[in-house]
Design a protein around this ligand. Structure first.
Ligand SMILES: [Zn+2]
Length: 118
């Protein structure tokens, strides 16, 4: 058995996600590592807990985004419990005369990994 670092539930050794809060033992552990366990502990009891992830999509030369790829990305993230909260375009290198472009759309996702019971 392994204990979920976020909600404290005991899970089977082979599961990749907590059955209670859907904490992802592989990916979310890295995020918790960045926050620091101490910081997590002090706010854990009285606050909802969110983690964030970012995905960037490259645009074609004319600046267009592949809609199919966009929808696929959104639904793949949604299936893992992520919710889109923000997106922005990075048009740093874009100019009409340019033959290359590093246009990107950046999608910011949020997942609640702990819900404080009020
Ligand atoms: Zn959990």
């Amino acid at each position: 058995m392994k204990k979920c670092p976020v909600c404290g539930e005991l899970n089977g050794d082979n599961v990749s996600k907590c059955f209670s809060c859907f904490f992802d033992f592989t990916k979310d552990s890295q995020i918790i590592e960045q926050i620091g366990k101490e910081n997590l502990a002090t706010i854990f009891d009285k606050n909802d807990r969110y983690v964030y992830d970012a995905v960037s999509l490259s645009a074609s030369k004319n600046g267009a985004i592949d809609t199919n790829e966009l929808v696929k990305t959104l639904n793949n993230k949604a299936a893992e419990g992520w919710r889109l909260v923000s997106s922005f375009g990075n048009e740093a290198d874009y100019s009409p005369a340019s033959t290359t472009s590093s246009n990107q759309k950046v999608l910011i996702f949020e997942k609640c990994v702990y819900r404080y019971k009020r």
